[in-house]
Design a protein around this ligand. Sequence first.
Ligand code: AVJ
Length: 312
Amino acid sequence: MSQFEKDVKDGLSRSPKYLSSKYFYDKKGDELFVQIMNMPEYYLTRAEFEIFKEQTTEIIESLGVRPDSYFELVELGAGDGTKTKELLKVLVNQGFKFDYVPVDISSNALNQLQSSLKEEMEELSVKIRKGDYFEVLESLKFTNTPKVILFLGSNIGNLEDEQAHQFMNELAAVLNSGDKLLLGVDLIKAEEVVLPAYNDKAGITKAFNLNLLSRINNELDANFDIENFTHQPEYSETTGIAKSFLVSTKAQSVKINGSGTFEFKAGEKIHTEISRKYSDEIIVKITKNTKFRLQEKLQDSKGYFADYILVR
Ligand code: AVJ
C-alpha cells in the first residue's frame, strides 16, 4: 500500500475526517495553484513580489552576502521563480558570485525554471536539485560554502506550530553557523482580507480543494462523487489560522478499492488544510530553542506579508 493510500485510509477513518494538503499537488493541482496565485483575491503572491521588487537592496544587505565571496542561494520549493528572479537579476547585475540551487520534488517544475532562467539570465549559475528538502540540504552540508536558504510564499503556513518548530530545528541541523534563512510568511490580518483569498469568486480554490477527491478517485480507484462535496474555508483572526474543509452535502458512502467503504453524514467535514498566518510572537515561538536568531523583517506596503531574515 502506498503512503498516499495509507494516509487517505487513516485520515478518512478518523473523526473528524482529515486529508493532508501535501496531496493537493498532482499535475492538475499544480496548475490550479498557479491559477490561484493569479486570482485578484489571493494577495499573498503579489505582496511578497512587491517586497522582492522594491526592497531588493535591503534583502541583500541583511543577508550579509558580499560580491567578492562565493555563496549558495538555495530555494526550497522553487515554483516558477517569479519572486526570486527579482533578487537574482540584481545579484547577477552587481557581480555577486553564487550558485542558485532550486530544490523541488517536481523535476518538471525544475526543468521549466532552468530553461526560463537560461533565457533571462544567461550568466547565472543554476544547479537544480530534485528531491526531499532535507536530503538535498544534507548532501550540501559538508561543502563549507556559506548558504542562504529561501523558503517563500508562506509555504511554512501549512504546518502546525509544533511541526514548524521541528522544521526549523531540522533546517538548523543541516546548516552551518552564520548561514541565513529568508522566510516568507503571510501576516495575521482581518477576516475580510484573508477569507476571500481562500474562496475566490472564480471558484479556483474550490476546484483546487475538490481536486484532492479526484486525485483519490484516479490514483486509488475510489468513487467520490465530486458533485456531492463542497468547499468551505474558515478563518479566525484571534488564532490567525485559516482552515479549508470539504463538506459532504448529503449522507453518502464512498468506496476506495482495497481500503473499504467510508460513510459520510450530511454536513460532515473533511479537514484538508491549514494556512497559518503569522505575527512576530509566533515567529519567536517557532524559533524558540532553535539555533536561529531573528535579524530582520521586511514587509510590503500594505503590511500583509513579511519576509523574515534569520541567522543560523
Ligand atoms: C502554498 C501553502 C502558501 O496556504 O495560501 C492556496 C496553498 N491553499 N489556496 C496557502 C493554498 C489554498 C498556499 N500555500
